[in-house]
Write a protein that binds this ligand. Structure first.
Ligand code: NOJ
Length: 557
């Protein structure tokens, strides 16, 4: 890679790990995770191969949306520690080679934020214009609410002044008015503050809602101009900082948020691919995913997709057709208590796949070999399950399972004093925990370590050009990633039956004097000659990553 190119885009082949301080590790026995506890686990994350930690909101909050309802953009929730503890955490992470990014939640505040307390106190309060108000009764917006179990409108009437305020999410989360230049300044100031403390960027919450404030669009100007401004600000303050955006829209609309000149969000989560992957898994047929990957818009080399299997919210299936969503529900979450908001699942992957180790590994092999930057949600590396008794999205936000002890080694407090309920049964701490997994070379954790190492050793995956390879077998997804004269050939079998695929290689894929074919996950090597067909055998739910290289001149893998 040439230095003058883009080798400083660290996030192009990062391994991102999302964690919530509250549920990761409790150092003082009060049942709530804290920065000091999480800092003790940084060596574990470094050893796993994580290069970037994404912190879910840690700001002071009444916790009515698990911290996404913020009352102070400049603080740390006292239960989790102090600003000093946060800085120690960031510094120690950096020392271990990991960067830290955090949620930037500026679409809204908590209704207890001092700005909103002021704003609602009178129509002429200086903070009134920090939020979005309307004086006439709103139309029916019940189809626009994000949480249909709790809200039926995106406008709520405020008693004191008799006007309605906008809230895209819960009614206790009033939307900020981003057309107000003072609000824009406040947002920039908060970003600048955290960058000074050592953050390497932000996971930007709810980007389309944040930018397009309903009711004031006419004053707000082009939302993309504002996003470009924010990106410029970020880059001026911290040149290598990243904006990783949550934009769950169809591809045609989503790509606009990268910016025409790759000058808006650096990265975006790929919700569409994630959903089609589940559809393919449910069908045992790779074609839905293959079609989506073929249609995935190509993006500038300075932009990147963030790929994921699970995040902290419902596993949303909102971009599937109703009949497709039903197929996924039938396969992976048939009971009503496994579903949420009519569009998603409350489950984690291992229980959805009945704990089948081979199939679970296949999915993670896919995650790490699809072009993009993989993002893990804490506990995925050991195969944690969910607690369906927990309300809504909290089902997957259970304490990290470090040991098989009563409180999972998360805390010395008893289980009934923990901030969140533990997973019970087959995927709970008794069966699934870090200590046991570390001792077992055949554990999911050990496999995840190998995948992460290989991913980091294969720049083709983060940086390269992706293309599908035609195979006659609909159960097999075959693709290649090419970068700087190196190629990877990757195969995944979505079916419960073994498969064999033959690939006709292009001229030049095999060196003229013959090449070495390396299986990157099995560490086996064979010879291959030009003109030979590449024949790949895959067991049920099998996966293989292959590289062809010049004998003697290549890499050890
Ligand atoms: C998106 C976050 O991912 C979700 O957890 C949160 O509830 C909403 N934004 C509102 O902040």
């Amino acid at each position: 890679m040439r230095v003058t190119d883009t080798s400083d885009l660290w996030w192009k082949n990062a391994v991102i790990y999302c964690l919530d301080i509250e549920t990761f590790c409790d150092s003082d026995g009060d049942g709530v995770g804290d920065f000091a506890g999480a800092a003790q686990r940084l060596d574990y994350l470094a050893e796993l191969g994580i290069t970037c930690i994404w912190l879910m909101p840690f700001y002071p909050s009444p916790q009515r949306d698990d911290g996404y309802d913020i009352v102070d953009f400049y603080g740390v929730d006292g239960r989790l520690g102090s600003l000093g503890d946060l800085v120690e955490f960031i510094r120690t992470a950096k020392d271990r080679g990991m960067r830290v990014i955090a949620d930037l939640v500026v679409n809204h505040t908590s209704d207890q934020h001092p700005w909103f307390t002021q704003a609602r106190s009178s129509k002429d309060n200086p903070y009134r214009d920090f939020y979005v108000w309307r004086s006439d009764p709103p139309p029916d917006t019940s189809s626009e609410v994000v949480f249909p179990d709790k809200e039926n409108s995106i406008w709520s009437k405020d008693r004191k002044t008799g006007e309605w305020y906008l809230h895209r999410f819960y009614s206790h989360q009033p939307d900020l008015n981003v057309s107000n230049p003072i609000v824009r300044d406040e947002i920039a100031k908060a970003m600048g503050f955290w960058l000074e403390l050592g953050l390497s960027g932000f996971r930007v919450d709810a980007v389309p809602f944040f930018l397009e404030t309903k009711g004031i669009d006419h004053q707000a100007g082009d939302p993309h101009d504002y996003l470009r401004n924010l990106r410029r600000f970020l880059s001026r303050r911290t040149g290598d900082a990243v904006l990783l955006g949550e934009v769950n829209l169809p591809y045609e609309q989503q790509v606009e948020f990268f910016g025409d000149a790759a000058d808006e969000l650096n990265m975006q989560f790929d919700f569409v691919t994630m959903q089609q992957m589940y559809l393919s898994l449910a069908r045992g047929d790779a074609r839905a995913l293959a079609r989506t990957l073929a249609d995935r818009p190509s993006i500038d080399p300075d932009s990147q997709w963030a790929t994921f299997v699970r995040n902290h919210d419902e596993l949303t299936l909102d971009k599937l057709l109703d009949s497709e969503r039903q197929e996924v529900f039938d396969a992976f979450g048939p009971e009503k208590n496994m579903q949420v908001y009519g569009r998603g699942l409350k489950r984690r992957l291992p229980p959805m796949l009945g704990g089948d180790p081979q199939r679970i590994r296949m999915v993670y092999s896919l995650l790490f070999s699809l072009p993009g930057t993989p993002v893990l949600f804490y506990g995925e590396e050991i195969g944690m399950g969910e607690n369906l008794a927990a309300e809504g999205r909290l089902a997957v936000r259970t304490p990290m399972q470090w040991t098989d002890e009563d409180s999972a080694g998360f805390s010395s407090a008893p289980p009934d004093k923990l901030v969140a309920p533990l997973v019970e049964g087959d995927f709970g701490p008794g069966q699934v925990n870090v200590v046991a997994a570390r001792r077992d070379p055949s554990s999911l954790l050990s496999f995840m370590g190998i995948l992460i190492r290989r991913y980091r050793e294969c720049p083709e995956l983060g940086w390269g050009t992706f293309s599908l390879i035609d195979t006659p077998n609909p159960a097999v997804l075959a693709h290649r990633c090419d970068w700087e004269e190196n190629s990877l050939f990757i195969f995944h079998n979505f079916a419960a039956e073994p498969a064999e695929v033959s690939v006709k290689l292009n001229d030049g894929d095999v060196p003229s004097g013959g090449g070495i074919l390396t299986d990157l996950l099995e560490d086996t090597r064979t010879e291959i000659q030009p003109g030979e067909t590449l024949t790949v055998e895959l067991p049920a739910y099998g996966y293989r990553w292959l590289r062809i290289q010049v004998p003697g001149a290549g890499r050890p893998w």
